[in-house]
Ligand binder design. Structure first.
Ligand code: AMP
Ligand code: ZN
Length: 746
């Protein structure tokens, strides 16, 4: 087998250290939370390597560590607490219980993808003596040194610490072994440290082949819990997917290429997997069962060589899969040979096709009764009635029923054995988007409504329902449009919104029509992207960004409309914030404030081209409202509270915030604050405390300096075309120097 070795940056033939044996170490999960489907991509890659060796008759010893302690970050080190301990504190459990729980969940996830369990899953906490032994060895050699109770690695000799994998791999695989796998984020510093420590300790080469999987991405960013773009296996299942579809999905890219995740892409993989299973089953039913499972070895086969050539060429799974499909469709082979080849190759692919063929699933897939049991009984009854109509050749009536069921969200497929009924997927019924840019930009189109209320749904279905119902009940005689986005929910929100969208427009308490526009995202695009998507689709004179924790209890429209009668006001809402230093923000009654809180934020739609879209780096909602408000201010408009609206809404607990651990709140808030700071660190002149109509300097783009007219003395003025820099005073306490040229005329 040939594989790309990160160590040598070359594709190399793997030559085992010991004949017929492969010793392989894989970086495993950190177990203070569920693993996500990005981690599973890396584990699946390691699984394919292992399976290929086993297929070739090697005896593979596979070790995969469980990190149940550690991953200290500096601020946690200061508090003397690691992620596991802090999660344990949050859940009111011991760190051992937390680790146990998430370790079991990890094993369950691996099993769902048929990832072969490693023979040894060493836990970091159980290998402290081994780690200490290595550290002592390094101290004795003078490669590490001790200061104040902490041991440091001499980075002049080698960099940083990552001792656990060194200790555990040496213990179980020896000082020199064949293959070490991980994700590309492990290369530095983790694996470089591991090499440094291990080779520093043993004085010999540590690992022959380092193999790293590229990342699974969403929206161009590495999938990670802290980024807020990660999905767990459980969430995938909640969206109706078979976890095995993930394994198929991973075959669609080279392991050294980035792979972008969307539900649509996963759906395509699931469809392909179903087709593969279906074809395998058809061939299986055409074959003699005894022969399919006979122990007699497969004849040497050019198809087999073609398949292995791809797999063993740096794990080219996309090409290997196309060989699979070609072979299955080739007419030159008997069905029995095709099934046998497929089952043989599946020892590497790992789709558990044998298990599938021998299970009841293929029959169930063709059995109308098994479908009827998984839909509501009223639907099942209609399908049965329709069956009778068809039996009586009343096809017109039968089609009528099909249409009714279709608009209720069920698709029917008539087969020789009867009718299969299935819930329709969003992509079968609606346009599904992958990014905000997929929504046609309607900002330049004329107003169709007075108000467009924008809602962003991501789970918490009950809140969403309450919010929508309250808007309908208190729409008065207004022309209101509801623009809602489902941002990749994994609970019953999706089904609820599909149902809502099928029903068309809603009805207000006055019997008037409330226009409904539902957008479906094929993954969680992040908060700002979701907001941008609904704003692009809106057609009201005013846009109201509303949080689903808000319940409308009275007439919010009239006070907002009155507020905007004043053309100097750009953005308004019930809750306002002010700040003195752009760091601490506090609630204020206004009317003039520095920002309107995102619970309810209203503005004229016509201002959108002027203020621009929200930076989609905001994946989390916090501080986005302040960031966005400042764009209205820098464009020359006021941010103003409408007090009366507070009495006409009820603010319920904000679930997203309460669902997060203290640590998650801190990291996510910090990320958003950094985005805010980067854009508005010179925002002082926009603040209410500094407001001075005489020199209202709108913004901090360096064209507008408070004291920007720096008069150069003659000798100070450089020749034209020569870059120079001098101090520019910014508001009121900042000064900066910016390198620049002067025009020849000066
Ligand atoms: P962790 O639990 O974060 O230590 O990650 C466990 C393994 O998953 C490591 O080998 C990581 O390199 C890998 N990994 C983490 N995030 C991703 C991702 N988005 N895509 C692919 N692999 C990942
Ligand atoms: Zn490791």
């Amino acid at each position: 087998m040939k594989i790309y070795n990160t160590l040598t940056k070359r594709i190399e033939e793997i030559v085992p250290i010991e004949d017929g044996k492969i010793k392989m170490y894989s970086c495993g999960p950190t177990v203070y939370r569920f693993i996500h489907i990005g981690n599973l991509r890396t584990f699946t890659m390691a699984d394919w390597i292992r399976r290929t060796f086993e297929y070739r008759g090697f005896q593979v010893l596979h070790v995969k560590n469980i990190t149940d302690v550690g991953h200290m970050r500096q601020e946690m080190l200061d508090r003397g607490e690691d992620k596991l301990v802090s999660q344990a504190r949050k859940e009111g459990k011991t760190s051992l219980q937390i680790a146990q729980f998430y370790t079991e969940a990890f094993h369950a996830d691996e099993a769902k993808l048929d990832i072969l369990p490693a023979q040894i899953f060493p836990r970091a906490t159980e290998h402290v003596p081994e780690m200490i032994a290595i550290i002592q060895g390094l101290l004795a050699k003078g490669i590490a040194y001790e200061v104040g109770g902490y041991v440091y690695y001499d980075i002049k000799r080698f960099p940083g610490w990552h001792i656990e994998c060194s200790a555990m791999s040496i213990k179980y695989l020896g000082e020199h072994f064949d293959v070490h796998t991980g994700g590309v984020d492990n290369i530095f510093p983790h694996h470089e440290d591991e090499i440094a420590q291990s080779e520093g300790f043993t004085g010999q080469q540590f690992v022959n082949y380092w193999v790293h999987a590229q990342h699974l991405l969403a929206d161009g960013q590495k999938m990670a819990k802290s980024t807020g773009n990660a999905y767990t296996c459980e969430e995938i299942e909640a969206r109706g997917f078979d976890p095995m579809a993930l394994r198929y999905f991973y075959t669609t890219a080279l392991y050294r290429s980035r792979l972008n995740f969307t539900f649509r892409a996963l759906q395509a993989a699931q469809t392909a997997l179903e087709r593969l299973r279906g074809l395998a089953y058809r061939l299986f039913t055409q074959s003699d069962r005894e022969r399919v499972f006979s122990a007699e070895p497969l004849a040497e086969h050019c198809w087999r060589d073609a398949f292995l050539a791809e797999v063993e060429n740096d794990l080219n799974m996309p090409r290997a899969m196309s060989v699979v499909w070609e072979m299955l469709r080739s007419k030159e082979l008997e069905p029995v040979d095709r099934v046998r080849l497929l089952l043989d190759w599946d020892r590497i692919l790992g789709f558990d096709l044998k298990g599938y063929l021998l299970s009841e699933r293929p029959q169930k897939k063709a059995d109308p009764e098994s479908y009827l049991t998984s839909v509501p009984s009223s639907v099942a009854m209609e399908v049965r009635e329709r069956g009778k109509l068809r039996a009586h050749r009343d096809y017109a009536q039968a089609d009528q029923v099909r249409q009714e069921l279709g608009s209720a969200g069920y698709a029917l497929r008539d087969t020789t054995r009867g009718t299969l009924v299935l819930p329709r997927r969003p992509e079968d019924e609606f346009t599904v988007i992958s990014s905000s840019a997929d929504v046609a930009d309607a900002t330049q189109l004329p107003d169709l409504y007075e108000f467009s209320v924008n809602l962003l749904a991501h789970n918490s279905c009950e809140d969403l329902k309450r919010c929508i119902e309250s808007i309908c009940q208190h729409a008065y005689d207004r022309h209101v449009e509801l623009v809602i986005i489902d941002n990749g929910s994994t609970d019953d929100t999706l089904e609820y919104l599909q149902q809502l969208a099928r029903g068309g427009d809603l009805v207000g308490a006055y019997g008037q029509r409330i226009a409904l526009h539902v957008l479906f995202a094929d993954h969680n695009m992040g908060f700002a992207a979701g907001r941008n998507a609904t704003m692009r689709a809106s057609r009201g004179r005013f846009i109201i960004l509303m949080d689903t924790s808000i319940e409308v209890t009275g007439d919010i429209w009239e006070p907002l409309e009155k507020t905007f009668a004043d053309p100097s006001i750009g953005v308004a809402g019930p809750y306002g914030l002010v700040t003195d230093d752009l760091r601490e923000f506090r609630e204020a009654t206004g009317p003039d404030v520095d920002a309107i809180e995102g619970y309810l934020m209203a503005f004229r739609r016509e201002l959108l081209p002027e203020v621009g879209w929200i930076d989609e780096k905001f994946r989390f909602y916090r501080l986005m409202d302040i960031y966005f408000s400042f764009f209205f201010k820098t464009a020359g408009y006021r941010a103003v509270t409408t007090q009366i609206v507070t009495e006409r809404i009820e603010k319920h607990p904000h679930r997203e915030w309460y669902s997060l651990s203290e640590e998650e709140r801190a990291t996510k808030s910090k990320k958003n604050y950094d985005i805010f700071r980067a854009r508005w660190h010179h925002g002082e002149s926009l603040l209410v405390v500094n407001f001075n109509p005489e020199h209202w300097w709108r913004g901090h783009d360096h064209a507008h300096h408070v004291a920007g007219e720096y008069a150069h003395t003659a000798e100070e003025l450089p020749s034209p075309g020569v870059m120079h820099a001098h101090e520019h005073r910014h508001w009121p306490d900042h000064s900066h120097s910016h390198a620049h040229y002067h025009e020849a005329s000066r």
